[in-house]
Design a protein around this ligand. Structure first.
Ligand SMILES: Cc1cc2nc3c(=O)[nH]c(=O)nc-3n(C[C@H](O)[C@H](O)[C@H](O)COP(=O)(O)O)c2cc1C
Length: 176
């Protein structure tokens, strides 16, 4: 199954529209701005125990993560980062990080990891932070295919060049 985490608050999110264009098989969307999720507060619970001390909407996301082979993070760039609600979810993946690297136990594998992001500016370096975030996620989830579609200057409309179109084809082939 494909899980799309939609990190845009916009009803007509340009980023989500792109992310949806990848998926021809079954997919599920989690709208980050509709979730009630506590911020990870580095309490260290997961350094020694399974799960998380918080009992909130992440429970559902943790259950879904067990079933997915493709995770698409779809988020606009906010101040050079993924949106805060996207990051709230990703920070709660700390439980997997601790499990794998501190407790040396196995965590779910997510074969395909895709980042889709748009931003207003032409400055491509604003995507650098999110790319690092995706790199860490690919290690945590042992992803074997990791790709990204990043569209700058999107405020006047998303213009896809040949490189973007090639990437879309490559991603579609891999995940469906
Ligand atoms: C709070 C906020 C912060 C933003 N920060 C940036 C930024 O750092 N760089 C940039 O290029 N665009 C920035 N933008 C513009 C959005 O990234 C851009 O409009 C994006 O394409 C919106 O995507 P969506 O339609 O999927 O929500 C920001 C927008 C908001 C609301």
């Amino acid at each position: 199954m494909i899980l799309i985490i939609n990190g845009s608050p916009n009803k007509n999110s340009k980023t989500l529209k792109l992310a949806k264009s990848f998926a021809t098989k079954d997919y599920m969307i989690i709208n980050a701005y509709e979730q009630l999720i506590n911020s990870c507060d580095d309490c260290k619970f997961c350094e020694t125990k399974d799960g998380c001390k918080f009992n909130d909407d992440m429970n559902n996301i943790y259950n879904i993560i067990n079933e997915v082979d493709t995770l698409i993070i779809s988020s606009p760039i906010y101040f050079g980062s993924l949106s805060d609600k996207t990051m709230s979810i990703i920070n709660r993946f700390q439980t997997y990080f601790s499990k794998k690297y501190q407790r040396k136990e196995s965590v779910p594998t997510i074969k395909n990891l895709i980042l889709v992001s748009t931003q207003g500016s032409y400055r491509k370096e604003f995507f650098n932070g999110p790319l690092q975030t995706m790199f860490i996620l690919s290690k945590v989830f042992s992803s074997t295919f990791s790709e990204h579609l990043l569209i700058p200057s999107a405020d006047q409309g998303v213009a896809l060049n040949d490189n973007h179109k090639e990437k879309i084809d490559k991603i579609k082939k891999e995940i469906n």
